[in-house]
Ligand binder design. Structure first.
Ligand code: FDM
Length: 212
């Protein structure tokens, strides 16, 4: 019998919901319970494409909106061979943002529809679980100011949240909404439970293709 594959687990959510902290805590908890696990994040700013994206986000360069959308997608596709290899080796990947951020952020700009935004990411490895860290704007504001990168304004984040809500209506994706207003340990406990379930349920199932 083929050996068990790792699960592809994605954390999404608006800014300051605690995604990065929770990704790290989840990987530690999985490793401690004997499940090989690694974090990944998108955009991956270390590649040539990632550096173009990073300069754009830091407002050091301007890129046309369709172009940057396609670069974000290309940045995921260039990592697909590595992702598939790790999953086949039984490593669970805990990913900080994925195609859902790609679609939510671009479609929040004027003149973009959800369908066009999804197209370049059709066929990417399909996450076994996508957890959306839900935090209302008032609670997010209590966690401090926005940073200086592109997209870090409350008006834009509100539109992004609405786009995520539309994406979460898609039953072909295994969405779980997590109450991110709890304390760090409470959020972690919810995330860990969902993740262990997903790992157990999907270890003998083939990896799917997103939005196909
Ligand atoms: N972002 C992220 C996009 O616009 N498209 C994408 O495909 C992805 C993955 O980039 F504002 C946006 C979301 C966020 C920024 O910031 C990345 P972090 O702090 O590195 O997550």
């Amino acid at each position: 019998m083929a050996s068990k594959r790792g699960a592809l687990i994605v954390l999404e959510g608006v800014d300051r919901a605690g995604k990065t902290t929770q990704c790290k805590k989840l990987v530690q908890a999985l490793q401690q319970s004997g499940h090989p696990a690694e974090t990944m994040r998108f955009p991956d700013r270390s590649t040539t494409i990632g550096q173009l994206i990073s300069a754009y986000l830091e407002k050091k360069s301007d890129l046309e909106d369709h172009t940057v959308h396609l670069l974000f997608s290309a940045n995921r596709w260039e990592l697909v061979p590595v992702m598939k290899k790790k999953l086949e080796q039984g490593i669970t990947l805990v990913v900080d943002r994925y195609a859902f951020s790609g679609v939510a952020f671009t479609s929040a700009k004027p003149g973009f529809c959800l369908d066009w935004c999804k197209r370049p990411d059709v066929g990417l490895p399909k996450p076994d679980l996508v957890m959306f860290l839900q935090l209302n704007p008032a609670e997010a504001a209590l966690r401090g100011q926005f940073g200086n990168e592109r997209y870090e304004t409350s008006a834009f984040q509100k539109s992004v949240q609405e786009k995520f809500e539309q994406l979460m209506k898609d039953p072909s994706v295994n969405w779980k909404v997590i109450d991110a207003s709890q304390n760090v340990e409470g959020v972690h406990a919810d995330i860990r439970t969902h993740s262990l379930n997903a790992i157990n349920e999907t270890q003998n199932m083939p990896l799917g293709e997103l939005w196909k």
